[in-house]
Design a protein around this ligand. Structure first.
Ligand SMILES: Cc1cc2nc3c(=O)[nH]c(=O)nc-3n(C[C@H](O)[C@H](O)[C@H](O)COP(=O)(O)OP(=O)(O)OC[C@H]3O[C@@H](n4cnc5c(N)ncnc54)[C@H](O)[C@@H]3O)c2cc1C
Ligand SMILES: NC(=O)c1ccc[n+]([C@@H]2O[C@H](COP(=O)([O-])OP(=O)(O)OC[C@H]3O[C@@H](n4cnc5c(N)ncnc54)[C@H](OP(=O)(O)O)[C@@H]3O)[C@@H](O)[C@H]2O)c1
Length: 286
Protein backbone atom coordinates (compact mmCIF):
# COMPACT_ATOMS: atom_id res chain seq x y z
CA UNK A 1 0.00 0.00 0.00
CA UNK A 2 1.31 3.45 -0.87
CA UNK A 3 0.81 5.82 2.03
CA UNK A 4 0.93 9.32 0.60
CA UNK A 5 3.30 11.48 2.57
CA UNK A 6 1.63 14.69 3.82
CA UNK A 7 4.55 16.77 2.56
CA UNK A 8 7.11 15.96 -0.09
CA UNK A 9 10.81 16.42 0.61
CA UNK A 10 10.89 19.52 -1.60
CA UNK A 11 7.89 21.19 0.05
CA UNK A 12 9.18 20.28 3.50
CA UNK A 13 12.22 22.45 3.07
CA UNK A 14 11.08 25.20 0.64
CA UNK A 15 7.33 25.72 0.95
CA UNK A 16 5.39 26.77 4.06
CA UNK A 17 3.72 23.91 5.92
CA UNK A 18 0.33 23.07 4.34
CA UNK A 19 -2.72 24.12 6.39
CA UNK A 20 -4.45 20.80 5.70
CA UNK A 21 -2.60 17.51 5.71
CA UNK A 22 -3.08 15.38 2.62
CA UNK A 23 -5.15 12.29 3.46
CA UNK A 24 -3.65 8.92 2.52
CA UNK A 25 -5.39 6.70 -0.06
CA UNK A 26 -8.14 9.07 -1.20
CA UNK A 27 -10.36 8.32 -4.19
CA UNK A 28 -12.88 10.60 -5.89
CA UNK A 29 -16.60 9.88 -5.98
CA UNK A 30 -17.83 9.76 -9.60
CA UNK A 31 -21.55 9.00 -9.10
CA UNK A 32 -24.13 8.37 -6.38
CA UNK A 33 -27.54 6.70 -6.60
CA UNK A 34 -30.07 6.54 -3.77
CA UNK A 35 -32.33 3.46 -3.86
CA UNK A 36 -34.40 3.88 -0.67
CA UNK A 37 -34.12 5.98 2.47
CA UNK A 38 -31.86 3.19 3.84
CA UNK A 39 -29.82 2.21 0.77
CA UNK A 40 -27.53 3.89 -1.76
CA UNK A 41 -24.75 2.96 -4.15
CA UNK A 42 -21.80 4.97 -5.38
CA UNK A 43 -18.82 4.71 -7.66
CA UNK A 44 -15.32 6.01 -7.08
CA UNK A 45 -12.10 6.20 -9.04
CA UNK A 46 -9.94 3.07 -8.84
CA UNK A 47 -6.33 3.25 -7.66
CA UNK A 48 -4.14 2.31 -10.64
CA UNK A 49 -2.31 -0.28 -8.56
CA UNK A 50 -5.41 -1.95 -7.07
CA UNK A 51 -5.88 -5.57 -8.15
CA UNK A 52 -8.65 -7.59 -6.49
CA UNK A 53 -10.61 -10.79 -6.97
CA UNK A 54 -14.35 -10.34 -7.62
CA UNK A 55 -16.17 -10.84 -4.28
CA UNK A 56 -13.50 -9.33 -2.03
CA UNK A 57 -13.88 -6.39 0.37
CA UNK A 58 -11.77 -3.38 1.31
CA UNK A 59 -11.79 -0.77 4.08
CA UNK A 60 -13.29 2.58 3.09
CA UNK A 61 -14.22 5.67 5.04
CA UNK A 62 -13.96 9.36 5.79
CA UNK A 63 -11.77 11.53 8.00
CA UNK A 64 -13.19 12.41 11.43
CA UNK A 65 -12.06 14.61 14.28
CA UNK A 66 -10.91 12.76 17.39
CA UNK A 67 -13.00 14.18 20.26
CA UNK A 68 -10.15 13.90 22.78
CA UNK A 69 -7.19 15.15 20.78
CA UNK A 70 -8.99 17.29 18.19
CA UNK A 71 -6.85 15.62 15.53
CA UNK A 72 -8.18 14.33 12.22
CA UNK A 73 -8.10 10.54 11.81
CA UNK A 74 -9.62 8.03 9.39
CA UNK A 75 -12.96 6.35 10.25
CA UNK A 76 -12.98 3.13 8.24
CA UNK A 77 -15.45 0.29 7.69
CA UNK A 78 -15.34 -2.95 5.68
CA UNK A 79 -17.14 -2.75 2.31
CA UNK A 80 -17.57 -5.37 -0.39
CA UNK A 81 -16.51 -4.17 -3.80
CA UNK A 82 -19.70 -4.48 -5.86
CA UNK A 83 -18.04 -3.92 -9.25
CA UNK A 84 -16.19 -6.70 -11.10
CA UNK A 85 -12.40 -6.88 -11.17
CA UNK A 86 -12.24 -5.69 -14.81
CA UNK A 87 -14.15 -2.41 -14.17
CA UNK A 88 -12.11 0.79 -14.34
CA UNK A 89 -14.05 2.28 -11.40
CA UNK A 90 -15.09 0.77 -8.06
CA UNK A 91 -18.75 0.45 -7.03
CA UNK A 92 -20.11 0.10 -3.50
CA UNK A 93 -23.63 -0.62 -2.26
CA UNK A 94 -24.33 0.81 1.17
CA UNK A 95 -26.73 0.93 4.05
CA UNK A 96 -27.59 4.31 5.64
CA UNK A 97 -27.58 3.86 9.43
CA UNK A 98 -28.99 7.14 10.73
CA UNK A 99 -26.78 7.17 13.84
CA UNK A 100 -23.99 5.09 12.30
CA UNK A 101 -20.59 6.73 12.77
CA UNK A 102 -19.68 6.32 9.10
CA UNK A 103 -22.89 6.04 7.10
CA UNK A 104 -24.68 8.93 8.83
CA UNK A 105 -22.09 11.04 6.92
CA UNK A 106 -21.23 8.79 3.96
CA UNK A 107 -24.85 8.90 2.75
CA UNK A 108 -24.36 12.60 1.89
CA UNK A 109 -21.38 12.19 -0.48
CA UNK A 110 -21.62 13.82 -3.90
CA UNK A 111 -19.66 13.39 -7.14
CA UNK A 112 -16.31 15.16 -6.74
CA UNK A 113 -16.03 14.39 -2.99
CA UNK A 114 -13.17 12.26 -1.74
CA UNK A 115 -13.33 9.10 0.37
CA UNK A 116 -10.53 7.03 1.88
CA UNK A 117 -9.96 3.60 0.35
CA UNK A 118 -7.30 1.29 1.74
CA UNK A 119 -6.18 -0.79 -1.26
CA UNK A 120 -5.86 -4.13 0.57
CA UNK A 121 -8.63 -6.40 -0.73
CA UNK A 122 -9.43 -9.57 1.23
CA UNK A 123 -12.32 -12.03 1.63
CA UNK A 124 -13.61 -15.56 1.28
CA UNK A 125 -16.39 -15.04 -1.29
CA UNK A 126 -14.04 -15.82 -4.16
CA UNK A 127 -13.94 -18.54 -6.80
CA UNK A 128 -10.58 -19.74 -5.47
CA UNK A 129 -12.23 -20.88 -2.21
CA UNK A 130 -14.61 -23.30 -3.97
CA UNK A 131 -13.95 -26.64 -5.64
CA UNK A 132 -15.26 -27.02 -9.22
CA UNK A 133 -19.01 -27.70 -9.46
CA UNK A 134 -21.97 -27.48 -11.85
CA UNK A 135 -24.34 -25.07 -10.11
CA UNK A 136 -23.37 -21.98 -8.09
CA UNK A 137 -25.82 -20.62 -5.49
CA UNK A 138 -25.36 -17.03 -4.27
CA UNK A 139 -27.47 -16.53 -1.12
CA UNK A 140 -27.88 -12.87 -0.04
CA UNK A 141 -29.94 -10.86 2.41
CA UNK A 142 -30.00 -7.03 2.42
CA UNK A 143 -26.69 -5.41 1.43
CA UNK A 144 -25.18 -8.90 1.32
CA UNK A 145 -25.87 -8.78 -2.41
CA UNK A 146 -22.85 -6.44 -2.87
CA UNK A 147 -20.10 -9.08 -3.34
CA UNK A 148 -22.41 -11.00 -5.69
CA UNK A 149 -22.92 -7.87 -7.82
CA UNK A 150 -19.19 -8.17 -8.44
CA UNK A 151 -19.15 -11.93 -9.08
CA UNK A 152 -22.23 -11.80 -11.35
CA UNK A 153 -20.39 -9.38 -13.66
CA UNK A 154 -17.25 -11.54 -13.75
CA UNK A 155 -16.92 -13.78 -16.85
CA UNK A 156 -15.25 -16.50 -14.73
CA UNK A 157 -18.57 -17.10 -12.93
CA UNK A 158 -20.15 -18.28 -16.20
CA UNK A 159 -17.02 -20.08 -17.41
CA UNK A 160 -16.85 -22.15 -14.22
CA UNK A 161 -20.55 -23.07 -13.83
CA UNK A 162 -23.42 -24.40 -15.95
CA UNK A 163 -25.97 -22.58 -13.79
CA UNK A 164 -25.75 -19.57 -11.43
CA UNK A 165 -28.64 -18.84 -9.02
CA UNK A 166 -28.85 -15.56 -7.08
CA UNK A 167 -31.32 -15.51 -4.19
CA UNK A 168 -31.93 -12.15 -2.49
CA UNK A 169 -34.18 -11.79 0.56
CA UNK A 170 -35.13 -8.33 1.84
CA UNK A 171 -37.84 -6.96 4.07
CA UNK A 172 -39.36 -4.64 1.48
CA UNK A 173 -39.80 -4.52 -2.31
CA UNK A 174 -37.78 -1.29 -2.72
CA UNK A 175 -34.78 -3.00 -1.15
CA UNK A 176 -34.68 -5.44 -4.09
CA UNK A 177 -34.36 -2.69 -6.73
CA UNK A 178 -30.54 -2.50 -6.88
CA UNK A 179 -30.38 -6.27 -7.48
CA UNK A 180 -33.22 -6.17 -10.00
CA UNK A 181 -31.52 -3.46 -12.06
CA UNK A 182 -28.21 -5.29 -11.79
CA UNK A 183 -29.77 -8.44 -13.26
CA UNK A 184 -31.55 -6.41 -15.99
CA UNK A 185 -28.24 -4.74 -16.88
CA UNK A 186 -26.37 -8.06 -17.00
CA UNK A 187 -29.06 -9.53 -19.25
CA UNK A 188 -29.21 -6.60 -21.69
CA UNK A 189 -25.78 -4.95 -21.77
CA UNK A 190 -24.01 -5.77 -25.05
CA UNK A 191 -20.52 -5.17 -23.68
CA UNK A 192 -21.21 -7.55 -20.81
CA UNK A 193 -22.61 -10.12 -23.24
CA UNK A 194 -19.35 -9.93 -25.20
CA UNK A 195 -17.31 -10.31 -22.02
CA UNK A 196 -19.38 -13.12 -20.49
CA UNK A 197 -19.41 -15.32 -23.57
CA UNK A 198 -22.05 -17.10 -25.63
CA UNK A 199 -25.19 -18.36 -23.83
CA UNK A 200 -24.41 -16.90 -20.40
CA UNK A 201 -27.94 -15.43 -20.14
CA UNK A 202 -29.50 -18.85 -19.86
CA UNK A 203 -27.17 -19.77 -17.01
CA UNK A 204 -28.23 -16.86 -14.77
CA UNK A 205 -31.27 -17.37 -12.51
CA UNK A 206 -32.65 -14.71 -10.13
CA UNK A 207 -34.85 -15.51 -7.10
CA UNK A 208 -35.84 -12.37 -5.13
CA UNK A 209 -38.08 -12.68 -2.05
CA UNK A 210 -39.52 -10.28 0.52
CA UNK A 211 -40.54 -10.92 4.10
CA UNK A 212 -42.49 -7.86 5.27
CA UNK A 213 -44.03 -6.35 2.15
CA UNK A 214 -46.10 -8.15 -0.42
CA UNK A 215 -44.28 -9.24 -3.59
CA UNK A 216 -44.60 -12.07 -6.15
CA UNK A 217 -42.48 -14.36 -3.91
CA UNK A 218 -42.71 -13.96 -0.17
CA UNK A 219 -40.76 -15.64 2.63
CA UNK A 220 -37.26 -16.16 3.97
CA UNK A 221 -35.13 -18.13 1.51
CA UNK A 222 -34.28 -20.58 4.30
CA UNK A 223 -37.98 -21.39 4.83
CA UNK A 224 -38.62 -21.60 1.08
CA UNK A 225 -35.77 -24.12 0.77
CA UNK A 226 -36.89 -26.14 3.78
CA UNK A 227 -40.40 -26.62 2.41
CA UNK A 228 -39.07 -27.31 -1.09
CA UNK A 229 -40.91 -24.37 -2.74
CA UNK A 230 -37.68 -22.70 -3.87
CA UNK A 231 -36.45 -25.84 -5.66
CA UNK A 232 -39.87 -26.40 -7.22
CA UNK A 233 -40.00 -22.78 -8.46
CA UNK A 234 -36.53 -23.02 -9.98
CA UNK A 235 -36.96 -26.56 -11.28
CA UNK A 236 -33.73 -27.76 -9.67
CA UNK A 237 -33.07 -30.51 -7.10
CA UNK A 238 -31.96 -29.83 -3.51
CA UNK A 239 -28.29 -28.97 -3.18
CA UNK A 240 -25.82 -31.84 -3.30
CA UNK A 241 -22.06 -31.83 -2.66
CA UNK A 242 -21.44 -33.49 -6.05
CA UNK A 243 -23.00 -30.72 -8.15
CA UNK A 244 -23.66 -27.63 -6.04
CA UNK A 245 -21.45 -24.84 -4.68
CA UNK A 246 -22.66 -21.93 -2.54
CA UNK A 247 -21.62 -18.49 -1.39
CA UNK A 248 -23.49 -16.87 1.51
CA UNK A 249 -23.59 -13.20 2.56
CA UNK A 250 -26.16 -11.87 5.00
CA UNK A 251 -26.82 -11.01 8.63
CA UNK A 252 -25.34 -13.27 11.29
CA UNK A 253 -28.54 -15.18 12.10
CA UNK A 254 -29.13 -15.87 8.40
CA UNK A 255 -25.54 -16.98 7.86
CA UNK A 256 -25.71 -19.40 10.79
CA UNK A 257 -29.06 -20.81 9.74
CA UNK A 258 -28.14 -21.38 6.11
CA UNK A 259 -24.73 -22.77 7.08
CA UNK A 260 -26.47 -25.47 9.08
CA UNK A 261 -28.75 -26.20 6.14
CA UNK A 262 -25.84 -26.43 3.69
CA UNK A 263 -24.01 -28.79 6.03
CA UNK A 264 -27.25 -30.81 6.17
CA UNK A 265 -27.15 -31.16 2.36
CA UNK A 266 -23.60 -32.50 2.78
CA UNK A 267 -21.65 -29.39 1.69
CA UNK A 268 -18.50 -28.41 3.60
CA UNK A 269 -17.17 -24.93 4.28
CA UNK A 270 -14.13 -23.85 2.26
CA UNK A 271 -11.52 -21.14 2.54
CA UNK A 272 -8.89 -19.54 0.32
CA UNK A 273 -6.30 -21.98 1.65
CA UNK A 274 -8.67 -24.98 1.60
CA UNK A 275 -11.31 -24.82 -1.15
CA UNK A 276 -14.48 -26.86 -0.52
CA UNK A 277 -18.20 -26.61 -1.37
CA UNK A 278 -19.44 -23.40 0.25
CA UNK A 279 -18.15 -20.12 1.71
CA UNK A 280 -19.70 -17.53 4.05
CA UNK A 281 -19.10 -13.88 4.90
CA UNK A 282 -20.99 -11.48 7.16
CA UNK A 283 -22.77 -8.62 5.38
CA UNK A 284 -22.22 -6.55 8.55
CA UNK A 285 -21.24 -6.96 12.19
CA UNK A 286 -24.25 -7.19 14.54
C1 LIG B 1 -16.77 -8.10 5.62
C2 LIG B 1 -17.78 -6.98 5.67
C3 LIG B 1 -18.24 -6.42 4.48
C4 LIG B 1 -19.18 -5.38 4.53
N1 LIG B 1 -19.67 -4.87 3.34
C5 LIG B 1 -20.63 -3.93 3.38
C6 LIG B 1 -21.22 -3.42 2.17
O1 LIG B 1 -20.83 -3.80 1.06
N2 LIG B 1 -22.20 -2.50 2.28
C7 LIG B 1 -22.65 -2.05 3.50
O2 LIG B 1 -23.55 -1.22 3.53
N3 LIG B 1 -22.10 -2.48 4.65
C8 LIG B 1 -21.11 -3.39 4.61
N4 LIG B 1 -20.55 -3.83 5.79
C9 LIG B 1 -20.94 -3.14 7.04
C10 LIG B 1 -20.05 -1.88 7.18
O3 LIG B 1 -18.74 -2.27 7.51
C11 LIG B 1 -20.59 -0.89 8.25
O4 LIG B 1 -21.03 -1.55 9.38
C12 LIG B 1 -21.70 -0.01 7.70
O5 LIG B 1 -21.18 0.80 6.68
C13 LIG B 1 -22.30 0.92 8.78
O6 LIG B 1 -21.28 1.72 9.31
P1 LIG B 1 -21.59 2.78 10.42
O7 LIG B 1 -20.29 3.27 10.97
O8 LIG B 1 -22.52 3.81 9.89
O9 LIG B 1 -22.36 1.95 11.53
P2 LIG B 1 -21.83 0.73 12.40
O10 LIG B 1 -21.48 1.21 13.77
O11 LIG B 1 -20.75 0.00 11.64
O12 LIG B 1 -23.11 -0.18 12.45
C14 LIG B 1 -24.20 0.16 13.29
C15 LIG B 1 -25.26 -0.92 13.20
O13 LIG B 1 -25.96 -0.80 11.95
C16 LIG B 1 -26.31 -2.08 11.46
N5 LIG B 1 -25.67 -2.27 10.13
C17 LIG B 1 -24.39 -2.00 9.80
N6 LIG B 1 -24.16 -2.32 8.50
C18 LIG B 1 -25.32 -2.80 8.01
C19 LIG B 1 -25.72 -3.29 6.74
N7 LIG B 1 -24.85 -3.34 5.72
N8 LIG B 1 -26.99 -3.69 6.58
C20 LIG B 1 -27.88 -3.62 7.62
N9 LIG B 1 -27.56 -3.17 8.85
C21 LIG B 1 -26.29 -2.76 9.05
C22 LIG B 1 -25.82 -3.11 12.48
O14 LIG B 1 -26.89 -3.42 13.35
C23 LIG B 1 -24.73 -2.37 13.22
O15 LIG B 1 -24.55 -2.83 14.53
C24 LIG B 1 -19.62 -4.88 5.77
C25 LIG B 1 -19.12 -5.43 6.97
C26 LIG B 1 -18.24 -6.48 6.93
C27 LIG B 1 -17.74 -7.06 8.22
N1 LIG C 1 -35.32 -2.97 6.35
C1 LIG C 1 -35.99 -2.01 6.97
O1 LIG C 1 -36.98 -1.55 6.48
C2 LIG C 1 -35.49 -1.45 8.31
C3 LIG C 1 -36.07 -0.27 8.76
C4 LIG C 1 -35.58 0.30 9.94
C5 LIG C 1 -34.60 -0.32 10.66
N2 LIG C 1 -34.07 -1.48 10.23
C6 LIG C 1 -32.98 -2.08 11.04
O2 LIG C 1 -31.80 -2.25 10.27
C7 LIG C 1 -31.14 -3.48 10.61
C8 LIG C 1 -30.90 -4.30 9.37
O3 LIG C 1 -32.13 -4.48 8.65
P1 LIG C 1 -32.17 -5.10 7.20
O4 LIG C 1 -33.58 -5.27 6.80
O5 LIG C 1 -31.27 -4.36 6.29
O6 LIG C 1 -31.47 -6.52 7.39
P2 LIG C 1 -31.93 -7.81 8.15
O7 LIG C 1 -32.61 -7.57 9.44
O8 LIG C 1 -30.70 -8.62 8.14
O9 LIG C 1 -33.02 -8.50 7.17
C9 LIG C 1 -32.82 -8.72 5.79
C10 LIG C 1 -33.64 -9.92 5.35
O10 LIG C 1 -33.08 -11.10 5.90
C11 LIG C 1 -34.13 -11.87 6.48
N3 LIG C 1 -33.61 -12.68 7.59
C12 LIG C 1 -33.24 -12.25 8.82
N4 LIG C 1 -32.80 -13.28 9.56
C13 LIG C 1 -32.93 -14.39 8.79
C14 LIG C 1 -32.66 -15.77 8.99
N5 LIG C 1 -32.18 -16.23 10.16
N6 LIG C 1 -32.89 -16.61 7.99
C15 LIG C 1 -33.39 -16.17 6.81
N7 LIG C 1 -33.66 -14.88 6.56
C16 LIG C 1 -33.44 -14.01 7.54
C17 LIG C 1 -35.13 -10.85 6.97
O11 LIG C 1 -36.37 -11.48 7.14
P3 LIG C 1 -37.39 -11.09 8.35
O12 LIG C 1 -38.08 -9.83 7.90
O13 LIG C 1 -38.28 -12.27 8.44
O14 LIG C 1 -36.56 -10.87 9.59
C18 LIG C 1 -35.10 -9.84 5.83
O15 LIG C 1 -35.94 -10.22 4.79
C19 LIG C 1 -32.04 -4.20 11.60
O16 LIG C 1 -31.48 -4.07 12.88
C20 LIG C 1 -33.37 -3.47 11.54
O17 LIG C 1 -34.00 -3.41 12.81
C21 LIG C 1 -34.50 -2.06 9.05
Amino acid sequence: MTELSPVTEATATKAPAPKKLAVPDTQTVTSVQHWTDRLFSFRVTRPASLRFRSGEFVMIGLMQTDEKTGKEKPLLRAYSIASPSWDEELEFYSIKVQDGPLTSRLQHIQPGDEIILRPKPVGTLVHDALLPGKRLWLFATGTGIAPFASLLRDPQTYEDYEEVILTHTCREVGELQYGKELIDQIRTDELLAELMGEGFHEKLRYYPTTTREESPKMGRITDLMRCGECFEDLGVPELSPETDRAMVCGNLAFNLEIKEMLEGYGLEEGANSDPKQYVVEKAFLD
